[in-house]
Ligand binder design. Structure first.
Ligand SMILES: Cc1cc2nc3c(=O)[nH]c(=O)nc-3n(C[C@H](O)[C@H](O)[C@H](O)COP(=O)(O)O)c2cc1C
Length: 274
């Protein structure tokens, strides 16, 4: 029996959900597949897991046509492999241009044979007041997005299962268009690391945000929650704070729009991503 390991980073659950669906469908095709959140995974453990399987998968949410910092660092830390078959996918709300190719470039430099790449449209997780993009927690609307994503996952898994290479977003034009978003976003990133804060009036100092942060940006101080200028904008603390007390550029969440996006499934618990 063939085996696959999918390594993913997910800020608010979308990439976790896609990875899980992919693993379920691959396993139905007799390709035994396990998923691993890269948070808390040591390089040694990851190397061992990769050595044990035939195919490796990598998944991440797209941030301005780029990879999230933890996934970039995870790939950079990995030992080089020789021609290991792999697939790469990103989840996105609207568009990335070459989101899968951006990860594939890093993986290829590590010796991976990137045979498949795909983009999956998922609900938007950016709900901050300064950028009033549309988002929803309405079950029906989320389910409609997930149903479409499911079809694309099925088609992607079929290509992997039948060993037909397929790489979305690898065309030079996609690369060019992706760069138009990625390059300015990369410049902006350095200036955004301090944008997350805590609203002293809403915050109950429960420490939930501290326990959720994938990069230890939030720390409990004596009277308040402090930040350490290393935010990667995954939106986990902002979206799952029970009091919606996390601020972005000093503005707390606008509760007139409802609570922020709370993940792809009813009662989603972000602690499983850690
Ligand atoms: C900082 C940031 C930047 C984003 N940039 C894009 C983007 O360029 N294009 C897009 O379609 N979605 C973008 N999104 C939306 C997410 O990629 C999308 O909602 C993703 O599925 C979230 O996955 P997760 O729940 O696994 O974190 C962005 C989200 C964040 C937080």
């Amino acid at each position: 029996m063939q085996t696959t390991s999918i390594f993913y980073f997910s800020g608010t659950g979308n990439t976790w959900w896609v990875s899980r669906e992919m693993a379920r469908l691959l396993s139905e095709r007799e390709i035994c597949t396990r998923t691993h959140s890269i948070e808390q995974l040591t390089t040694g453990a990851a190397t061992q897991l990769m050595a044990e399987c035939d195919t490796v998968g990598f998944g991440y949410p797209i941030y301005g046509s780029d990879l999230p910092g933890p996934m970039e660092e995870f790939i950079a830390r990995m030992e080089a492999v020789e021609g290991k078959r792999c697939f790469v996918f990103c989840t996105q709300w609207l568009w990335s241009g070459d989101g899968a190719r951006a990860g594939a470039a890093l993986l290829t430099s590590k010796g991976f044979d990137v045979r498949w790449g795909e983009h999956f449209l998922m609900p938007n997780n950016v709900c901050v007041a300064v950028m009033p993009l549309p988002f929803t927690n309405e079950r029906k609307r989320i389910d409609a997005v997930l149903a479409k994503a499911s079809h694309r996952i099925e088609r992607f898994v079929e290509k992997i299962g039948t060993d037909r290479s397929f790489r979305r977003g690898f065309h030079p034009l996609s690369n060019l268009l992706g760069s138009l978003q990625r390059v300015p976003f990369q410049r902006l990133k350095g200036r955004m690391q301090d944008d997350i804060g805590v609203d002293g009036q809403r915050c109950t100092r429960c420490g939930y945000c501290v326990s959720l942060c994938p990069v230890d940006n939030l720390v409990e101080a004596r009277q308040s929650i402090m930040t350490r200028s290393q935010c990667i904008f995954c939106m986990r603390c902002y979206n799952f704070c029970p009091e919606s007390a996390i601020t972005y550029r000093r503005r707390p969440h606008n509760l007139r729009r409802g609570v922020p996006y709370r993940g792809p499934v009813e009662g989603f618990d972000p602690r499983i991503l850690r």
